[in-house]
Ligand binder design. Sequence first.
Ligand SMILES: Nc1ncnc2c1ncn2[C@@H]1O[C@H](COP(=O)(O)OP(=O)(O)OP(=O)(O)O)[C@@H](O)[C@H]1O
Length: 228
Amino acid sequence: MDLSDERITMTARLEADSIWLEYGQHRILQNIYVRVDVGQVIGLLGRNGYGKSSLLEIIYGTRSAQNHSVRINGHYVDKLYQRPNTIAFLPQKSFIPGTLLISEVFGLYGSSVTTATELFPELTDMLPHRFDQLSGGQQRLIETVLVLTSPTDFVLLDEPFSNVMPLHVETLKVLISTVKHQKGILLTDHYYRDVLDISDTVYVLTSGGRTIQLTEPEQQLQHYGYIR
Ligand SMILES: Nc1ncnc2c1ncn2[C@@H]1O[C@H](COP(=O)(O)OP(=O)(O)OP(=O)(O)O)[C@@H](O)[C@H]1O
């Protein structure tokens, strides 16, 4: 898998700072700071509705907030998704038009079909099919591989393991751990053991909308009401 190019030396650090999000009287995120360096997987955990997807969308630039500062190597960027070759986003909901052929999809996103079929040989048989002809788990797998192998320095993954069978989750974890040498990855998923397995640093979102770094995951996740 060759994902190397000159981008790495140009953009190495993504910071999201002073993120403040409210809907009416409902405060969701409060003064969040998250840093992702190329070479790292940063895990983000939190109860349903605590603002994980919102945070990823604010970083990507598609959700507005009361306050936010997103920076690449210290330089403020208004809408990160508009900056070429910088960031790829796997949203929680499917994003690929159903009528596209799988073979077309990889070309459109500049992603590596070779890497995908090496890791998941059964994808080869799916290439001539339309995206909406695949199962939910197959669709999620393709979207995740697509995002991870697209030519960007940073990746945001919102529930990549959702609907994917355990065998493929293990392979996706290998892919994430491989591409992280050339990318910075911010990952959220409720399969928290898988997130803990592959993350260099893990944060939990609290009810006050702040991030706490986990040092003793099992105890802290119990304390914050994420696991029993
Ligand atoms: N457009 C909106 N208007 C009002 N409230 C919203 C809007 N979008 C999201 N919310 C609320 O913001 C909160 C955070 O939602 P978000 O989807 O970011 O949470 P999450 O942590 O990703 O949840 P989950 O783990 O269930 O995916 C939720 O309470 C949700 O109801």
